[in-house]
Design a protein around this ligand. Sequence first.
Ligand SMILES: C[S@@+](CC[C@H](N)C(=O)[O-])C[C@H]1O[C@@H](n2cnc3c(N)ncnc32)[C@H](O)[C@@H]1O
Length: 475
Amino acid sequence: MPNSVITIPIADIILDEGIYPRQKIDHKRVSLFAENIRDNFPFDPIEVEPHPEKPGKYRILDGAHRWCAYKATGVMTLQVIIKHLDGTDPLLYAAGKAIGPRQLTEEETKNTARRAFQNNPALTSSQIGSAIGRSRQAVDSYIADLRAVVQMVLDLKIFRLKCLGIPQERIAARLGIPQQTISDHLPRMPGLANPVNSDLHRGFTVSQVAEKHGWTESMVWSLALEGKNDLQRFKALNWGLRTWDYWEWTDCDKRFGDEWPGRIPGQLIAHILYYFSEQKDLIFDPMAGGGVTADVCLAFNRRCWSTDMIDQPDKRPEIEPHFCEITQGAQKNEPFLHGKEKPGLIIFDPPYFDKKAKDYDQKSISMLSKKDYLAFYEGFFRHIKKHIKKTTKIAFINADWRNFQSTPANDEDPQEAILILDYPAIFHKTGWQATHTIQAPMSSERFHPGVVAAMQKKKILGVTTRFVIILKQAY
Ligand SMILES: C[S@@+](CC[C@H](N)C(=O)[O-])C[C@H]1O[C@@H](n2cnc3c(N)ncnc32)[C@H](O)[C@@H]1O
């Protein structure tokens, strides 16, 4: 869009400190300008851009002192040039405009370079330098410490994604960097582990080491447990191994996965991995939520691909954004299963029907009608089967959904419910066969004693029973 000169109310113009390169307004200069305005001295129009977060408002790119002076003289409207920067960094543009009339101080120039880099670490020193009138080397020295931090964060992300077995081209696409950058970083990876390993050998705990080095706890566990077999890993994590098909824990282990609606315990994932996979196997979690599967896979030396409709690029770069969509009984393109490498085990923990529906995104499958929810599974199981290897299994985690919260047990309407017993027909139709039905109950401790007492009085029968159903392909 071309830049245009128009007259707008002065009240619609904002001085946004985030893109203002100077430390402060020079009030002497403002008074001088105000006098000039009263003497009808002509000034160039100030430059503004549409405010990205405040519709109808404009923020100043050039002319903050003139704007203050006009305000002081009481004018109500102002001629402005509306700029459309089309991707140019607004702070650097504003700094470039400030070079001419009254140079930025050395301090302001340095701060501008640092703020521009913090806003957008993809900017090169030359780009910043040419906007603020400094050499590339000068900018390098202004931002050396910030760049080192960005580099370290990027190195750790690459290391994590690599440990999880995500292919290099997907890591590059996910982190928005060229594949060559990943190849350049990879030789540095073993070196990254040295200070962490040495602190572990000195006897610091995993959480102390994670905090000190800015690593995630699961990454530190993956190093701390290197070379150990699964049983030793259970022991080191202080998780008793369940021998029977009843896996109960009172709480989720906070060390694995984030707070998330429908979060499952890391211990549950560890048991699925122990019984149904081997070290180094590739696991796939298509609805990964708070990342518990990836975290536990790191601690148990499994590779793991994860996807979810919710994207958290900074916190959970390993969870690649993907929306599972079923149209006319078939799932739309599932990009992660088309490659040569196939997962050996799929851990599938979907949101239960209608359960916590308001906690999830509007497009989550928990918002579907009963008919569409069941149709989703049919499409999902059928589609998955087409794109995996013969031996791939699914660990399907689900529970009865009954609208128990407001209804006495005797009055519940089965038409409103989806029971675990409804799923075997879908497995059968789509070529899957259940081999194990493991009980992994949800904790009832999440219910307040007052709520429990009210339920008892009204003869409401709650649900805590949750199942892990292991599926193999029937043909
Ligand atoms: C029960 S949660 C998974 C929780 C996870 N296992 C954990 O412990 O953190 C289900 C996830 O499915 C995701 N989801 C729901 N519908 C989806 C869809 N159609 N495509 C992709 N993800 C979906 C939700 O965003 C949610 O994170």
